[in-house]
Unconditional design. Structure first.
Length: 328
């Protein structure tokens, strides 16, 4: 009974630890920044969180499979460019719903293609995911800069802004999109054969292959879905900024990795839960908003993310050593 209770506490330890940490963050910024606890702050967090959250979900799958996708932000940008071009061809501000839907389909297809190319190279060539995704990131960035000449594309139908700035029963529509995407990931990873295979591949790829699972198919699908989720983030960024430019969200890359690790995802793959990652996202966005209200310089905030990432890794190492020594 005691051993079972200890295992239960350890299983819930990450969520509990994140909730305690979240409470500490709220108290700290509440005491140091009077405006922090205002309703407007949390409304701002609710609108800013979704695009970062979608990119983090795009990063989550590759990490669980034992890989990484460094190209998520530029996949989002190039997918947004594809959607923008279709809308421009359909009349720009005068484009109708059909052209917007076609643009959305084009964006999702571009994201799937970018992810699929990475997945094929990782699965069939055996190249390291870091190198493959880095090469894709460089390619997409260069392609986007070439096609746009370093500028941006704007001029979309007014109703598109509703997606990025609208609310449903007082809840920001982008936040609802993130919640649906997170629920989909939760079901996919926890209730499907694909999710089980992804965890298995991340734990031990060779053993998974010998067990009869088509690991190549799994890895390709992992990166395709990562690309599609990146494209969804790109579509949302288009609706929020009412423009598309290569480089939008580039600073999010480090934070997506940080959110995964803070949420308890094993950096070597094989373990991690969507709910914990989403909670970690909320904490990180809250910290970002608190630092902004305190007047912290943007570059200083970026430096703090790097320090925070190191602190998370050290903290997890200490926690694991304590867990191994704990009785039961």
């Amino acid at each position: 009974m005691r051993a079972a209770f200890t295992r239960l506490l350890r299983g819930q330890g990450e969520i509990l630890g994140l909730l305690v940490f979240f409470a500490v963050v709220l108290v700290f910024f509440g005491l140091t920044t009077p405006r922090f606890l205002a309703a407007g702050t949390f409304q701002s967090i609710a609108f800013q969180l979704p695009e970062l959250g979608l990119l983090t979900l795009a990063m989550l799958l590759p990490i669980l499979s034992g890989g990484l996708n460094l190209a998520i932000t530029f996949t989002a940008n190039i997918a947004g460019l594809a959607m923008a071009w279709v809308i421009q061809l359909g009349g720009g501000p005068e484009a109708g719903l059909m052209m917007v839907l076609l643009g959305t389909a084009a964006a999702l297809a571009v994201g799937a293609l970018a992810g699929g190319v990475m997945g094929v190279v990782v699965a069939f060539v055996g190249a390291h995911p870091i190198l493959v995704s880095l090469a894709m990131m460089i390619f997409l960035r260069g392609l986007g800069e070439f096609l746009t000449r370093g500028g941006d594309i704007s001029g979309f139908p007014p109703f598109i802004a509703t997606i990025g700035h609208g609310t449903v029963f007082g809840i920001p529509l982008p936040l609802l999109i993130l919640l649906v995407a997170a629920l989909l990931w939760q079901v996919l990873l926890g209730r499907s054969r694909f999710g089980f295979s992804t965890y298995m591949a991340g734990s031990n790829l060779e053993a998974t292959r010998y067990s009869g699972i088509d690991t190549r198919r799994v890895l390709v699908l992992v990166y395709v879905l990562s690309g599609v989720m990146s494209a969804v983030a790109g579509i949302l960024m288009l609706t929020r900024f009412n423009s598309v430019r290569v480089g939008h969200g580039e600073a999010y890359l480090l934070i997506t990795v940080l959110a995964c690790f803070l949420g308890g995802v094993d950096p070597f793959g094989g373990f991690g839960r969507t709910a914990a990652v989403v909670l970690a996202l909320v904490i990180l966005q809250t910290i970002a908003s608190g630092l902004n209200l305190m007047g912290a310089h943007q570059h200083l905030a970026t430096a703090l993310w790097g320090v925070f990432l190191i602190a998370v890794m050290v903290g997890r190492w200490v926690w694991q050593r304590w867990s191994w020594r704990a009785p039961g």
